[in-house]
Design a protein around this ligand. Structure first.
Ligand code: C2E
Ligand code: CA
Ligand code: CA
Length: 656
C-alpha cells in the first residue's frame, strides 16, 4: 500500500479525486453558462419592463459576469475544483440570503415581497446540489446546513416582525413553504452525502479485506483463493490458452526441519521472489500451500513455453539460497495442465497439474510432467492412500496377520509369515501389494517395515513365553528398507527389545534386492547371519536370477514362488516347465542344505507332488490362511485338541 502523502490522502484516492474532478468539471462547464444566461436574461428583462429594483440591477449583471468568469476558469485551469465550488456555493448562498433579507426588511412596505420571491428562488436547489460536488463531504453538509439555518433565522425574524406589526400573512405562508422545502432539500442532501461516504468507506474496506484474504502474508503472493479468482477471471474472459504449473519442492520438509521455522520462512520468501523472476507479463503466481506454488502461464503459443517456464523455475531454484549462512539448493517436481485442452474448469486444472506433479514425485522427483489424462481416480486413490497410510503408521492402526509354515511331510507348524494388513476407514481392506508399493515409492516403507519387524518379534516372543516351542517368524523386507542405513540396527533392536532369540527371526528378501549390488548386499546378509538371524529368498524364480545365487549368497531358505506351484497342476500353462524348475530348485537347495518352502499351495495334488519332489516346507491356503493373532491361537489350540500328541510335544499357543 502507498504511504499517505502530506494531505493525508493515498495516491489511489487522489487519483480517484482527479477522475471525480474531471467528471464534475464537465458537468459544471455545461451548466454554469445556463446560470449566467439566467442572470443576464433577468437583468435584461427587468430593465426592459422597467420593474427593476436596485438590488437586482446591481446583482444580476455582477452574478452573470462572475459566472462567465467561472466558466472561463473551468475551461482554462485544471486546478482543483474545491475552491471554485466553495466560492460558488458561498456566493450563491450569500446572494439568496441577502436577497431574502432585502425583500423582507429593506424593500419599501408598499412593494409586495411575494412578487420578488419568485423566479430567482427557483434556483435554490442548486446550492444543495452543488454541495455534492465538494470532495470534502463534511464541508458540503456544513455549507448547506448554514444556508438552511440562515434562511430559517431570517424567516423567523420576519414572522416575529409580522406578528408584532400584524402585517402580510401571505408572505409568512410563502416563507413557511420555502423553509419546509429547504429542510427537505437539506435532509436529502446530507443523507445522500452521508450514505455515499459510508458506501465508499465500506467498499474500500471490502477491497482491503478481500486483498487480505487473497494474499499469503509470508511471501506477499496471492494465496489459493487469489489463484482461484485469477483462474476464474481468465475462464470468464475466455481469452486464449494458458497453462497451470503446480510446483512442489522435493524434500522441503527436511530443509524446514533442519533450518527451523524461521529459516524455512526465509527460504520460502526467497523462493517466491525467484519464482516471480521467471514469470512475465500476464503470468500469475500464487503460493498454494506450504511448499506448493502455482504459476499460471499466460497465452501459450505452444506447449513448449509452459515447459520452458517450468525449466526456468527449476533452474532458478537450483541456484543456492543463502539462509542464515547455510547454502541450500532446491529441486522441484512440477506438473502442468493446459486450458482448454485438459479442462475448462479452474479446480480441475489445478487438480490435474497437481496429479501430474504427483507422477513426477513417484518417478523419482525433480522433473516436469504434463497431465496425461491418466485415469484420475486411480491416481487420486494412490495419493489419498499415501496420505492416509502415513497417518495409519503414525497412529499404529496397521495390523499383522500370520500365516503358518508347515512341515510338508507331517503338517506340523514350524513358523509363521507376518503379513501386514491395513483396514482403510473408507475403502476397507487395502491389498498389501498396493499399499506396500505406495510405501516404497513414498519412503514410508522404512517406518512401516520397522514397525512390522518390531511387532512380529514382540508377538513371536510372547507366544514363546506362553510355552510354545520356539517358532520362527518370517518378516518381509522391502528393498528400500533393506538398503536403508539403519536397517541392521533396527533388526537387532527389535530382537533385543522383545527378547526374541535371533534364530527365531527369518527375513524374507526378494531376488531383486539381491541382484542389485550383490557384494554389499551379501556382506549385510552375512552380518545378519553371523548374529543368528535367518535369511530367506522370497518369490524365488520370478526375478530371472541365476540358480548360482543360491550357492553364492549367505541364505538359509528358498521360497519357491507361487506361480510355479500353481503351474504344477495348471492345465493351461502346462506343468512341465514348472515341474522341472521346482525340481531343480529343490535338488540344488538340498545340496546346499537350504530349507525350501513352496508358497501358495492350494490343492492336495500340489502338496502331494511337492512331497514327492522332496520339498520340505509348505505354505498356502490348502494348509491355512493368514490369520489374526487371536484366530491363529484358536487355530493352534483346535489342531492340538483334534490330534493331541501327534505333532510331538508342542503345546498350543497361549494368548499373547
Ligand atoms: P509374499 O511375501 O509372497 O506373501 C505371501 C502372499 O501370498 C500373501 O499375500 C498371502 O496371503 C498369499 N498367500 C498365501 N497362501 C496363498 C495361497 O495358497 N494362494 C494364494 N493365491 N495366495 C496365498 P498378501 O498377504 O496379500 O501379501 C502380498 C505381498 O505383500 C507379500 O507377498 C509381500 O510381498 C507383501 N507384504 C506383505 N506384508 C509385508 C510386510 O510387512 N512388509 C513388506 N515389505 N512386504 C509385505
Ligand atoms: Ca514373503
Ligand atoms: Ca512370496
Amino acid at each position: 500500500m502507498n504511504a499517505p502523502d502530506r494531505r493525508g490522502t493515498h495516491e489511489g484516492v487522489s487519483r480517484v479525486d482527479l477522475v471525480y474532478n474531471a467528471k464534475w468539471r464537465r458537468t459544471l462547464v455545461a451548466t454554469v453558462p445556463l446560470g449566467a444566461l439566467a442572470f443576464l436574461l433577468a437583468w435584461f428583462l427587468e430593465r426592459w419592463s422597467g420593474e427593476a429594483t436596485t438590488f437586482d440591477l446591481i446583482t444580476y449583471p455582477v452574478f452573470g459576469v462572475c459566472l462567465i468568469v467561472l466558466e472561463v476558469f473551468l475551461l482554462l485551469s485544471r486546478r482543483s475544483l474545491r475552491p471554485l465550488v466553495i466560492t460558488t456555493v458561498g456566493a450563491v448562498g450569500a446572494y439568496f440570503i441577502s436577497k431574502l433579507y432585502w425583500i423582507l426588511f429593506v424593500l419599501p412596505p408598499d412593494v409586495d415581497p411575494r412578487g420578488q420571491m419568485t423566479e430567482n428562488f427557483f434556483w435554490v436547489p442548486v446550492i444543495y446540489l452543488l454541495s455534492f460536488v465538494l470532495p470534502d463531504s463534511r464541508l458540503g453538509r456544513q455549507l448547506s446546513l448554514a444556508y438552511t439555518g440562515v434562511v430559517l433565522v431570517i424567516s423567523l425574524a420576519y414572522c416575529v416582525k409580522s406578528a408584532i406589526l400584524g402585517q402580510n400573512w401571505t408572505v409568512v405562508y410563502a416563507l413557511v413553504q420555502m423553509n419546509l422545502a429547504n429542510s427537505v432539500l437539506f435532509a436529502l442532501t446530507s443523507s445522500f452525502i452521508l450514505f455515499k461516504e459510508e458506501y465508499t468507506r465500506s467498499q474500500t474496506r471490502l477491497a482491503v479485506v478481500e486483498k487480505y484474504a487473497n494474499t499469503d502474508h509470508l511471501t506477499g503472493l496471492p494465496n489459493r483463493l487469489g489463484l482461484k479468482l485469477d483462474l476464474e477471471r481468465r475462464l470468464a474472459g475466455g481469452d486464449g490458452r494458458f497453462a497451470v504449473l503446480f510446483i512442489d519442492f522435493d524434500g522441503f520438509k527436511v530443509v524446514n526441519d533442519s533450518l527451523g521455522h524461521a529459516g524455512g520462512d526465509k527460504l520460502l520468501e526467497q523462493v517466491a521472489s525467484r519464482l516471480k523472476s521467471v514469470t512475465r507479463g500476464d503470468d500469475f503466481i500464487a503460493r498454494f500451500s506450504g511448499d506448493e506454488f502455482v504459476i499460471v502461464v499466460d497465452s501459450l503459443a505452444t506447449t513448449n513455453s509452459a515447459t520452458s517456464v517450468a525449466n526456468r523455475a527449476m533452474a532458478a531454484l537450483a541456484q543456492p539460497f543463502d539462509i542464515q549462512g547455510n547454502y541450500i539448493t532446491l529441486s522441484a517436481s512440477i506438473g502442468i495442465s493446459f486450458y482448454p485442452n485438459d479442462s475448462i474448469d479452474a479446480e480441475t486444472l489445478i487438480r490435474y497439474a497437481d496429479s501430474a506433479m504427483y507422477r513426477v514425485k513417484r518417478s523419482g522427483k525433480n522433473g516436469i510432467q504434463h497431465y496425461m489424462g491418466e485415469p484420475e481416480e486411480a491416481l487420486e486413490r494412490q495419493r489419498l492412500l499415501e496420505r492416509d497410510l502415513r497417518a495409519a503408521i503414525e497412529e499404529r492402526s496397521l495390523t499383522i496377520d500370520y500365516q503358518p509354515l508347515h512341515d510338508l511331510s507331517t503338517g506340523e507348524i514350524l513358523g509363521f509369515e507376518a503379513l501386514v494388513r491395513w483396514k482403510h476407514p473408507k475403502w476397507g481392506q487395502v491389498e498389501p501389494t498396493e499399499f506396500i508399493e505406495i510405501a516404497e515409492q513414498s519412503g514410508l516403507i522404512v517406518a512401516l517395515g520397522s514397525w512390522v519387524l518390531n511387532e512380529a518379534c514382540r508377538r513371536a516372543a510372547a507366544w514363546q513365553r506362553s510355552g510354545a516351542e520356539p517358532l520362527r517368524v518370517s518378516v518381509n523386507v522391502s528393498p528400500l528398507q533393506f538398503t536403508h542405513p539403519g536397517f541392521f540396527d533396527t533388526v537387532l533392536a527389535a530382537l533385543q527389545a522383545n527378547l526374541l532369540p535371533p534364530e527365531c527371526l527369518e527375513l524374507e528378501l526378494t531376488e531383486s534386492i539381491v541382484m542389485k549390488e550383490v557384494e554389499s548386499v551379501s556382506a549385510t546378509l552375512a552380518r545378519l547371519q553371523r548374529h543368528g538371524i535367518r535369511i530367506a529368498i522370497d518369490d524365488f524364480g520370478t526375478g530371472y536370477s541365476s540358480l548360482a545365487y543360491l550357492r553364492d549368497l549367505p541364505i538359509n531358505t528358498v521360497k519357491i514362488d507361487r506361480t510355479f506351484i500353481n503351474d504344477l497342476v495348471s492345465p493351461i500353462r502346462g506343468p512341465r516347465f514348472a515341474h522341472a524348475l521346482v525340481e531343480a530348485i529343490i535338488r540344488l537347495a538340498a545340496h546346499l542344505e537350504l530349507d525350501v518352502v513352496a508358497e501358495g499351495i492350494e490343492e492336495k495334488a500340489q502338496a502331494d507332488l511337492l512331497k514327492e519332489l522332496g520339498c520340505g516346507l509348505a505354505q498356502g491356503f490348502h494348509y491355512s490362511q493368514p490369520m489374526e493373532p487371536r484366530e491363529l491361537e484358536a487355530f493352534m489350540q483346535a489342531r492340538e485338541a483334534n490330534s493331541p500328541g501327534e505333532r510331538g510335544s508342542r503345546p498350543p499357543l497361549g494368548p499373547s
